[in-house]
Design a protein around this ligand. Structure first.
Ligand code: HEM
Ligand code: HEM
Ligand code: FE2
Length: 493
């Protein structure tokens, strides 16, 4: 059978339309599309993570076919993109509820989704198929921009910015048309900062110090400032929706958290300016302000546990609440504790760029950002099925979400500890004993503790992968055939 190419976009749109459900509003239909792509990219992330992990213990594996640099790049880019898809979806999810009106320019929001998804597909194909050859000016435009986590070529950057403008119009336009709230105000300002920072990673500089200087504006100021504020907004909304928490309390916490987050996170940027050739004053600024960064994360744990406790942990959606709690603890541990461990320059001198950083990177990204997205996937699954019961006592099905939760958290925690051991060993053998020499580097890589840790990482990576597969299976089946409705929660007095 021959398909006409012109009909292809129509067919793809048709496939996504199968995700529509009569129980959802316009923004939520679009959110589910974003969530579906996010889940596919999450699977891709763990697949390419496993390939890179195998290459650590068997360097010849897929050599010349799918090299480590490509697998690693796809692994972390898929992560950034799926988390962003999840965030965008989460905002579309609650936009109509929060504003009390229909989304402004939803049609354009839908077009933007297809444009973005087509661009992501092309970028991934180019990552996989064309990454060797001479580096020319054109490479930056079409192949790879060369900045870790945001390697996408420049044509895609411009497309991403255009899509973000549509998204921003949807959000700000809807609140303007309907009602503003504290959450709406914080969210809108945060999106301006988040999109603006992305531009700092788009220009090419030949001086590596200057280039890294600006690159960190995207990476650090995303994950330690703007994304944290974004998840603060998302969590505030979900606590009201899940538990019936009072808006006044939730918003007060939000303001406090945001103030602390920006107060410490913006100058905390300095913890990446210790060794890249920037002036010495960054030692004090970076050390001091980044050491304060865990404080708002503690506030978030207190906030969510307090709210859940006040409502006796009665919620409309148990899996979602469990993942929200996992988020606050994961954020505190992965970002706050694991970040704090190596943020003082006296310590970072030894740990910089070792597996210690990878240990922190895994627990922080998973704990702070994967978790809260998964909570929203569960909210979506519930409403998609018609706002069905997802409390305790899910007949026949209840084991799946619990096992997915357990396997994922155990898997990531296991990888984190394995990498931490490898990082300790590197700090001792390569840095302290070996004096940061080339010889010291190889001595550390060949030390038995390092090698064992790489095997343990792989084993726990397998556990993580099992968790993701189970999670996807659960999301596709949970609530199927359930006839009981979710309880309605009245606002606490
Ligand atoms: C959810 C929030 C966070 C995420 C997702 C995150 C993620 C990461 C990642 C992936 C890296 C490695 C970057 C690279 O490739 O070089 C990194 C580095 C670093 N992070 Fe975080 N982080 C977070 C919060 C924090 C906090 C709160 C602190 C301090 C209290 C911190 C301290 C550091 C330091 C010092 C480094 C540099 C490590 C080195 O010298 O190699 N991070 N972070
Ligand atoms: C399926 C299990 C996984 C395996 C086997 C795996 C493996 C790997 C490997 C081998 C690297 C390269 C490390 C290096 O260059 O030294 C890496 C990097 C990274 N992975 Fe994973 N990964 C897995 C899951 C995840 C998950 C679930 C997340 C977060 C949601 C994640 C986030 C990251 C980050 C942020 C980096 C960059 C770290 C840095 O630059 O320091 N990975 N992973
Ligand atoms: Fe940072």
């Amino acid at each position: 059978m021959i398909y006409s190419v012109a009909a292809l976009p129509h067919r793809i749109a048709g496939a996504f339309d199968a995700l529509d459900s009569p129980h959802l509003n316009g923004g939520q239909q679009l959110a589910v599309k974003y969530f579906a792509v996010a889940v596919v990219l999450f699977l891709a992330q763990v697949l390419f993570g496993m390939l890179s992990g195998i290459q650590f213990v068997a360097p010849g594996f897929l050599h010349g076919i799918l090299d480590f640099n490509v697998n690693r790049m796809v692994h972390i880019n898929a992560m950034v993109v799926w988390l962003l898809y999840g965030f965008i979806g989460s905002i579309y999810w609650f936009l109509e509820d929060e504003s009390g009106t229909e989304i402004a320019g939803l049609k354009w929001g839908n077009v933007a989704f297809y444009v973005l998804t087509a661009a992501v597909t092309v970028v991934v194909l180019v990552y996989l198929l064309i990454q060797t050859g001479p580096g020319k000016d054109a490479s930056i435009w079409f192949i790879n921009e060369g900045r870790e986590y945001i390697e996408a070529p420049r044509w895609a950057d411009i497309g991403i910015v255009a899509v973000m403008l549509v998204f921003f119009y949807n959000v700000a336009g809807t609140f303007m048309k309907g009602r503003w709230s504290g959450i709406a105000g914080v969210l809108t300002l945060d999106l301006v900062a988040l999109a603006g920072l992305y531009v700092a990673g788009m220009f090419y500089l030949t001086n590596i110090t200057a280039d890294q200087y600006w690159w960190w504006w995207v990476i650090h100021l995303w994950v330690e400032a703007t994304w944290e504020v974004l998840v603060g907004c998302i969590m505030a909304w979900s606590l009201m929706h899940l538990l019936g928490a009072r808006r006044k309390i939730v918003q007060t916490w939000l303001y406090i958290e945001v103030a602390l987050m920006f107060g410490s996170g913006i100058l905390g940027l300095g913890h990446h300016y210790f060794w890249i050739g920037t002036p010495d004053y960054w030692f004090s600024i970076g050390g001091f302000f980044s050491a304060l960064e865990p404080i708002p994360l503690v506030a978030m744990v207190v906030h969510s546990v307090y709210d859940a406790g006040v409502h006796n942990f009665r919620s409309r959606n148990h899996p979602a609440l469990a993942w929200i709690i996992a988020h606050t603890f994961g954020n505190f541990l992965g970002a706050g504790v694991w970040g704090f461990m190596h943020t003082l320059p006296q310590i970072n001198l030894y740990t910089h760029g070792t597996q210690w950083s990878a240990s922190h990177g895994h627990l922080a990204f998973f704990g702070a950002y994967a978790t809260i997205n998964i909570a929203f996937f569960y909210l979506a699954a519930q409403k998609w099925r018609g706002d069905v019961w997802m409390g305790g006592d899910l007949p026949g099905n209840g084991w799946k979400w619990k096992w997915a939760l357990a396997l994922l958290n155990l898997g990531v925690m296991g990888m984190t500890v394995a990498l931490l051991i490898a990082g300790y060993e590197q700090s001792f053998v390569e840095r302290a004993v070996g004096g940061s020499t080339w010889e010291g580097y190889f001595a550390a890589q060949n030390q038995v503790w390092f090698k064992q840790a790489m095997h343990w990482r792989l084993l726990f990576g397998l556990v993580t992968t099992g968790g993701v597969v189970l999670l996807v299976w659960d999301l596709l089946t949970i609530g199927k055939g359930e006839s009981r409705k979710a309880p309605t929660l009245s606002e606490a007095a």
